[in-house]
Design a protein around this ligand. Structure first.
Ligand SMILES: [Zn+2]
Length: 270
């Protein structure tokens, strides 16, 4: 690894952590129904404005021992976690993702990696939000659906994706959503949240056909394993809901990276 690579990596981590800091503000303000760009950040306990030097991503949390300078109440652990995760997302994107997503055709050489970086940020937002508040804001689903649909259409227009594959992808997204809708109805609205029904559609558009089914299957498997672990550790109870959105996102990420490999492997078995 060259010196320049390390410097760019550190810069991107810091940039990502700052974006993560903003993501936290968006999460908090979406929850409180406040406008996104309404003034400076305030302490969630004493409502006093936070000075810029107490608002440095990751660093301030460590220097303040995770407490507000004025009221000494603990700051939400969500700050350093989201900042750190976003920093890692940026570094991963630079080191692996950029080449992983890159298409050789213009304008997708640049467009495609940037598209996936934004998708990563929205997925991180939904992950944290559903984990914390057991709800998936509609605007995140709408944003993700529009982005994914435009992306697929752009691929068809550019001749990278065949129209019949586009049809199957849209069909898969609708079917995934419909499948969850059926579960939602059958379990009398308790098995999964309606947010999961809606989220399945854009995730299906991102995964494409037939990877979408691998993604849903992986989400269920990971969800079941974590659910059993949480119950065994006494952190969750039967009948008490665990948000499914984070598992849907984990399943989607796994399927995006290994979905095709899993399908080929499965084909050799049959
Ligand atoms: Zn405070």
């Amino acid at each position: 690894m060259s010196e320049l690579t390390v410097i760019i990596g550190l810069f991107l981590f810091a940039l990502g952590a700052s974006v993560g800091s903003f993501l936290n503000v968006l999460i908090y303000r979406t929850r409180k129904n406040q406008p996104w760009l309404a003034g400076r950040s305030v302490c969630e306990s004493c409502k006093k404005q936070i000075a810029w030097y107490d608002n440095i991503p990751l660093l301030s949390f460590v220097l303040l021992f995770g407490k507000c300078r004025r009221c000494r109440k603990p700051l939400s652990i969500s700050h350093p976690v989201v900042e750190g995760l976003t920093g890692l997302l940026f570094v991963w994107w630079y080191a692996v993702g950029f080449f992983f997503f890159q298409l050789s055709q213009q304008p997708f050489v640049m467009l495609q990696p940037i598209f996936w970086l934004f998708v990563g940020l929205i997925l991180l937002f939904i992950f944290i939000y559903d984990y914390r508040y057991y709800i998936i804001p509609d605007w995140t689903v709408i944003a993700l659906t529009s982005m994914a649909l435009l992306y697929r259409i752009a691929l068809v227009v550019a001749g990278i994706m065949r129209p019949e594959d586009f049809f199957w992808t849209v069909f898969g997204a609708v079917a995934a959503s419909g499948f969850f809708y059926a579960i939602w109805l059958l379990t009398k609205r308790k098995g999964i949240g309606f947010g999961d029904v809606k989220l399945a559609a854009p995730l299906g558009l991102l995964m494409g056909w037939p990877v979408v089914w691998i993604g849903l299957w992986l989400a269920t498997v990971v969800g079941a394993i974590i659910g059993v672990l949480l119950i065994a550790l006494g952190k969750a109870k039967f009948g008490k809901p665990i948000p499914f959105g984070p598992f849907l996102i984990i399943g989607t990420l796994l399927a995006l990276v290994w979905g095709d490999a899993l399908i080929s492997w499965y084909a050799t078995l049959v």
